[in-house]
Write a protein that binds this ligand. Structure first.
Ligand code: BMA
Length: 347
């Protein structure tokens, strides 16, 4: 059921009329295939998607049982259809439990960045000592992932910029703070690193309670893309209404996840120079609002700028499917600069 007040995607956004990846497409045990990271590499589109498996709606409700999450790989020639899914996931939580004394409980929400010609993957890792952002380097065939660094807990939604800026690597991230002005109203942060291992000079760049059209936590979404006017970056934004009841499998799910869009300074991406004042991508189609596990959830994880200016934005819908929508890059920049929330709001 669509939540009120209704949110709409920006007018320049074109959605397809069906998801591009569904659990039933998967050659291995799959229940929910969503929140993917996507890149273009050697002429192919590579998707690393989250797959939750090993439960069902009844068992989930009875026991809150959601045991397995792995990361699958799918490849397509055009980034839209004919995704060929690899037989074996690139990362499996159960393998890692066996291999590393159960330190990592599950991986999820991968984002891919091609940096210096190499495919990096950032994802959340639930561990015995909290939720950590884990960075790994994949090989050029996307068959293996070698760990580089783990953040301190509790932090997730890390996205790596695709190039060094002023001599440093940069990432956006979303620590989950315990003590702050508003409980559970998390923010978007930015950090930099000389070597992808040591991260510092961390700065809060957008507060959850200051972001438009949300009243709860926010977090970085897809890795940013470079434009002449700045880095275009999506973020997910949550609005909460305690009156919301049954949603998808959940007896009560009072959250809606939608996406926002902002523009960051080219030379210093910790400076927000524009934010589109309205919702950027909203849950509005039937498979985004009326099907699946957690309905009314849009979670972008990949953004690709094509040579002709088309931007493909990949997003998870309903924590169940992977979808794509498109827009022209100039229109996206205009949203941030000509409909700029910062013109009459402080963040
Ligand atoms: C967040 C993450 C996402 C998920 C979202 C909505 O906290 O766990 O993976 O899409 O919740 O359930």
């Amino acid at each position: 059921m669509r939540f009120e007040p209704y949110f709409y995607s920006a007018p320049c956004i074109k959605k397809l009329d069906a998801p591009i990846l569904r659990p039933e497409d998967c050659p291995f045990d799959a229940l929910l295939t969503f929140n993917a990271g996507v890149c273009k590499f050697n002429g192919k589109y590579i998707m690393a998607f989250r797959n939750d498996y090993g439960t069902d709606p009844e068992r989930f409700l009875r026991e809150k049982y959601m045991p397995g999450t792995n990361i699958g790989i799918a490849v397509s020639d055009n980034g839209i259809d004919n995704w060929k899914i690899r037989e074996v996931p690139i990362l499996d939580s159960h393998d890692v439990k066996a291999n590393s004394n159960r330190m990592i409980g599950r991986y999820y929400d991968p984002r891919i960045t091609i940096l210096e010609g190499k495919p990096y993957i950032y994802f959340a890792a639930d561990t015995k000592v909290g939720i950590r952002g884990a960075l790994a380097l994949m090989d050029d065939n996307f068959e293996t992932a070698t760990f580089i660094s783990h953040s301190v807990p509790n932090n997730r939604n890390m996205v790596l910029f695709p190039e060094k800026i002023n001599g440093y690597y940069w990432r956006l991230e979303r620590p989950m703070v315990m003590y702050s002005e508003t409980l559970f109203c998390y923010d978007v942060w930015c950090s930099k690193s000389p070597d992808l291992k040591f991260w510092g000079e961390s700065k809060c760049i957008l507060r959850g309670e200051k972001a438009p059209f949300s009243n709860h936590k926010i977090g970085p979404a897809a890795p940013p893309i470079k434009t002449e006017k700045g880095w275009l970056a999506t973020f997910h934004a949550v609005d909460y209404d305690e009156k919301r009841g049954k949603n998808g499998w959940e007896n009560r799910w009072p959250y809606r996840y939608s996406s926002g869009l902002m523009l960051l300074d080219l030379e210093d991406p910790s400076k927000v120079i524009g934010i589109y004042k309205d919702c950027f991508i909203a849950p509005e189609l039937p498979y985004e609002t009326d099907e699946g596990f957690r309905q009314n959830t849009i979670f972008p994880g990949g953004m690709i700028l094509e040579d002709d200016g088309e931007v493909k934005i990949y997003y998870g819908a309903s924590d169940t499917y992977e979808c794509v929508c498109t827009a022209h890059v100039d229109d996206l920049v205009k949203l941030c600069l000509e409909h700029n929330y910062l013109d009459d709001h402080e963040i």
